[in-house]
Write a protein that binds this ligand. Structure first.
Ligand SMILES: C[S@@+](CC[C@H](N)C(=O)[O-])C[C@H]1O[C@@H](n2cnc3c(N)ncnc32)[C@H](O)[C@@H]1O
Length: 432
């Protein structure tokens, strides 16, 4: 996915200064320069980052393991641990556990959500409500409010026209995480947070009937923590949109890129699309698929679909990556953007051109076969296929996440040749 350069660079210095101020003011770090101390990071942060990382990367993902049964037990144990909020409070020093999350996982999730916002910007999406109307956002499973903060980072560097006034409701089952998340949100964005300490039962109504309507729902690394089946989740998301999402409101869902969790999101999309109430409520999947076609990745049992974005990690994160062996130079994720609207895809995303049947997204990295020829997988109305493309110039070589439109193809789906196709630029052609 292409992200505007100012957004990529925003995490280099500026972000670290703001986060350090926040952590010091809230007594989460002992000194203003704690994050520059390798000794401090090693003793107080690294062990928690390692535990959290293991938890999030679920051992079950290695389903090539010969011992599938023990792998399944591991998954069950981990899911249980998440249910019991253990990752916020266990580990001998709960404060440092939360600090580790803030330092090591919050910024990446924030950037992922901001990148999705930037993708909407790139395609010409405009905030569909009057600018003088205060906005109401809601992050589900907010933790440290990474998703809500990501909206504002996205808006700062890739604006859709979000009004200057509004608030974000943050729903979270861990009281301690919520308290920090609400403060961090207000510190980082300058907007007000409305924290709600509650465990959402995802098998029933997600909000009380008398809850208000929102303009925006954000879920960042939330849905995969539920073991409810796709049908139940879909019914309850649709119900929440029916009752609590304004007409023209948006739902942004970001989930892990790992195979099992990504496939869970793809299956969730299919389940939403097969539910008549999704369509009765004029809900529409906007991204990444640009339509309601059958999922190209689900055709094969071992396939899945994810995005990848590059950024300039904060300096302390480079150090943490060195100390833990993690590598967050680029960030992978799966995502889904839904809107409650009767408008057509082309009205909503005006940079889309030509017939939808001639529109494809690159869903793999691009492999250079020569200076100007590349090979990759594309996904469109007729499914997923391998394709080769001769770019007009080296600078315009398409890559994962790019959209090609007005495409004419020839050859077999197993290996097609793109004869012509137009690419939407990084900033969106409307910016030129
Ligand atoms: C992986 S964290 C993600 C936090 C944050 N959204 C982010 O992107 O960094 C998932 C969060 O969802 C919360 N959570 C999970 N299930 C929940 C539920 N049913 N109700 C409320 N919070 C829940 C967890 O406590 C945790 O804070």
């Amino acid at each position: 996915m292409r992200v505007p350069v100012p957004l990529i660079n925003a995490f280099k210095d500026e972000f670290e200064v703001s986060l350090t101020d926040f952590l010091y003011q809230n007594k989460l770090i002992p000194e203003m320069d704690s994050l520059k101390s390798r000794r401090y990071l090693t003793r107080s942060v690294v062990p928690h980052v390692e535990t959290l990382s293991m938890l999030f990367n679920r051992i079950i993902e290695d389903d090539t393991s010969p011992d599938r049964a023990s792998s399944t037990r591991a998954k069950a144990a981990q899911l249980k641990a998440i249910d019991e909020e253990a990752y916020w409070s266990e580990g001998g020093n709960p404060q440092n556990r939360r600090l580790a999350y803030l330092l090591s996982f919050m910024p990446g999730n924030l950037f992922r959500v901001a990148s999705v916002w930037a993708e909407l910007h790139r395609l010409g999406f405009k905030w569909p409500f009057p600018v003088e109307q205060d906005f109401r956002g809601l992050e589900w499973g907010a933790g440290t409010a990474s998703g809500a903060c990501g909206i504002f980072a996205g808006e700062k560097y890739a604006p859709l026209g979000l009004p200057g006034n509004g608030s974000f409701a943050l729903i979270e089952q861990s009281k301690a995480a919520l308290a920090i998340g609400a403060k961090w949100f207000e510190h980082y964005t300058g907007y007000s947070a409305r924290p709600f300490h509650r465990r959402v039962d995802l098998t029933k109504d997600w909000l009380p009937k008398n809850a208000p309507k929102f303009h925006l729902f954000v879920m960042s690394y939330f849905l995969n923590e539920s073991d409810a089946n796709a049908d139940t989740l879909a019914q309850n998301l649709i119900q929440s949109c029916e009752r609590h999402l304004e007409e023209e409101g948006l739902v942004i869902i970001v989930e892990p890129a790992l195979k099992l969790q990504s496939r869970k999101l793809l299956e969730f999309r299919q389940t939403l699309l097969s539910n008549p109430r999704f369509h009765d409520n004029s809900l529409k999947v906007l991204l990444p698929c640009l339509g309601h076609q059958a999922c190209g990745a689900l055709v094969k049992e071992d396939d899945w679909c994810h995005e990848e974005v590059s950024w300039w990690r904060p300096n302390y994160m480079r150090e943490l990556d060195t100390l833990t062996g993690l590598d967050r130079k680029s960030l992978a994720f799966s995502y889904l953007v839904i809107q409650k609207t009767k408008r057509s895809m082309e009205e909503i995303l005006p940079l889309l051109a030509g017939p939808s049947s001639e529109r494809y997204r690159l869903v793999s990295p691009s492999r250079a076969l020569s200076k100007k020829t590349s090979e990759f997988f594309i996904c469109g109305q007729d499914g997923k296929r391998r394709a080769r493309f001769l770019s007009p110039s080296k600078a315009e070589m398409p890559d994962r996440g790019d959209i090609l439109q007005n495409v004419s193809l020839h050859g077999e789906p197993a290996s097609s040749q793109i004869e012509k196709g137009d690419m939407i630029s990084v900033e969106g052609d409307h910016e030129k």
